[in-house]
Ligand binder design. Structure first.
Ligand code: NAP
Length: 245
């Protein structure tokens, strides 16, 4: 068995995924950087490798069943385990904006597109990798969600609940449901499953007004990826703060 920790981060070619990969690699974790575009993914991995960090590109569109199968097969063949899965890949849709409420207008097509990436792909990948994660001494699954997917917060008036891009928010609510259900299914094992909210982060998705920089935003995923044996499971965090579902 390989003693080095192995992580897979999806959507790792830019934004929070890239930063999460960098910070995990700085902790000595070998990071497989998933990206759907081979050129962008290889370039991102090269950036970390050139800085002396342990990182490799892995071709992974989370909506592609063949990519998922091949990734699982390769990880099994090379390492026989997976210690950390950060389900970071995600999308918003041009049919909706952060500040609008799209619940009465969003097309079924847009709704399906968002769910394909943010939810169905995430679940399929996690299920496929689960046997390898269970083989780890300290399996950690981090589902990158959003505070906008919190029903407790969306159900109140004011503040962040004014932001209602429906398809995006609902996909993250579904991710949170997966976190709770999978954590319950894995209770009593060494695997921990948590949801992460990175904050409003200045990435292509977050936009130029976002107040949090990616290195700060990535810290929540990194913390949950490296939780010790007494750490929480089945919870939702921003930094150290637990968020309501
Ligand atoms: N930024 C924020 O304020 C914020 C707040 C809360 C939650 N989040 C969540 O944080 C995560 C990362 O977002 P970000 O802000 O870093 O956004 P970003 O800069 O737009 O990066 C998104 C990443 O996901 C990848 N991706 C999209 N669809 C994919 C697919 N089908 N298969 C594989 N990779 C795919 C993108 O690849 P390409 O480069 O090929 O498009 C890119 O690498 C997302 O889950 C997002 O919902 C972000």
């Amino acid at each position: 068995m390989n003693n080095k920790k192995i992580a897979l981060v999806t959507g790792a070619n830019k934004g929070l995924g890239f930063e999460t990969s960098r910070q995990l690699a700085q902790q000595g974790v070998l990071v497989l950087m998933g990206a759907r575009n081979a050129g962008r993914g290889s370039a991102a991995a090269k950036k970390l490798k050139d800085a002396g960090l342990p990182a490799e590109f892995i071709h992974l569109d989370v909506t592609n069943h063949e990519h998922i199968k091949t990734a699982a097969r390769e990880i099994n063949k090379r390492f026989g385990k997976l210690d950390i899965l950060v389900n970071n890949a995600g999308m918003s849709h041009k049919e909706e904006s952060l500040t609008g409420n799209s619940s009465g207008t969003i097309s079924s097509r847009a709704l399906r597109e968002i769910f394909d990436t943010n939810f169905f792909g995430l679940v399929e990948l996690t299920q496929k990798l689960l046997p390898l994660i269970k083989t780890s001494d300290a399996g950690r699954i981090v589902n990158v969600s959003s505070i906008l997917g919190s029903l407790a917060i969306q159900g109140k008036e004011g503040g962040i609940s004014e932001f209602k891009p429906f398809a995006y928010d609902a996909s993250k609510t579904a991710v949170n449901a997966f976190t709770i259900h999978l954590a319950a299914a894995l209770a009593g094992t060494k695997v921990k499953v948590n949801s992460a909210h990175p904050g409003w982060v200045r990435t292509d998705m977050g936009g130029p007004q976002a107040p949090v920089m990616p290195d700060e935003g990535a810290k929540t995923s990194v913390r949950l990826a490296l939780l010790g044996p007494d750490g929480p499971t089945g919870k939702f965090f921003q930094g150290d703060e637990e968020l309501p579902w």
